[in-house]
Design a protein around this ligand. Sequence first.
Ligand SMILES: *Cc1c(COP(=O)(O)O)cnc(C)c1O
Length: 367
Amino acid sequence: MNGMSPPRAWIDVHLEAIAHNLDIARQALPDTELMPVVKAGAYGHGLEPVARRLDNAGISFLGVANVGEARRLMHAGVRTRPFILGPTFPEEREEIVANDWCCTLSTIEEARHFQQLAEAADKVFPLHIAVDTGMGREGFLPGELGEAAAAIASLPHLEVEGAMSHFPAADEDVPYTQKEIALFTDCVATLQQYFPLRYRHIAASAGELGYEIPVANLARPGLLLYGVAPMASIYDGVLRPTLELSARVTLVRELPAGSSISYGRTHIASVPTRVATIGIGYADGWSRHLSGQGARVYIGGQYCPMLGRVTMDQIMVDVSAAPQVQAGDVAELIGPHISVSEVARLAGTIEWEIFTGLGPRLPRLYH
Ligand SMILES: *Cc1c(COP(=O)(O)O)cnc(C)c1O
């Protein structure tokens, strides 16, 4: 097999569950168009297969992080326009204009550069004006917007087809988010003096779940497509999990009381213990921050606690409660019995980081 070892750990991806979660978002927001966010390899699920599944699903854009991801969508034959969510480098813009990829403006200099490139390409290039209503990451400040809009409106090769912002605290600060909605509504009114603004968007999953945003007609769901609602909501219980992370036992041994387990010897067996070594580690995205936090795997019909520190390629688990477990058996690390939210909580992070940390060494099997 080309010098490849059979996988010790892998991901099963359920494309139908992602499509189902998109439908849930659509039913909840019947008058809103959707930009499924597939950046970072579709949150670890695999960029091309997920984008191909959602292509033609009545969506307006696919949200990507950068030009490299837009290019990959193009090469995969995906027809939906990629929307590059972050700022662009000058040297990327000729390719962006040539392919009609959508992107945002945060400065007049960017607008002038796109104007030149669009003129050279003899076309009118559509893009979106970003407004910084509180995220501090990109966009014009609301106070600069009137002047900027007038300047951009004088550039004949640009067509401003949208206005966008992004909530920094939709899942943490309701009053601030409500103020931002009012501010974004004002910003849209300012821009509409110059541009028709076919698209107006500010909400990711949490904004979409928690708020009425009459000014918006496009939403950018990411996490909820992958089965996790970032706040308690009507989506609880209806989203479907989209992946399972599994790994195989490579060895089972009986260790006597007093044995130390893994780096730093943070775990010492107080009684004789049946220890399974499992072929997954932090190089696969099973975070080292899970060490000593009560993380567990599900194997042989039992929850079995992880012992000691996560190593690069392997973990050790106490299978004393599941004595039938043997080398070759499959352990669930994320799946029906262990949620990505549990893993994120124990690792002291968020579900987004667990998903996107799932490494390239893990084969993705599509169902
Ligand atoms: C990542 C991202 C999203 C999707 O966010 P979720 O919280 O995963 O729904 C939407 N919009 C922008 C600008 C983003 O960067």
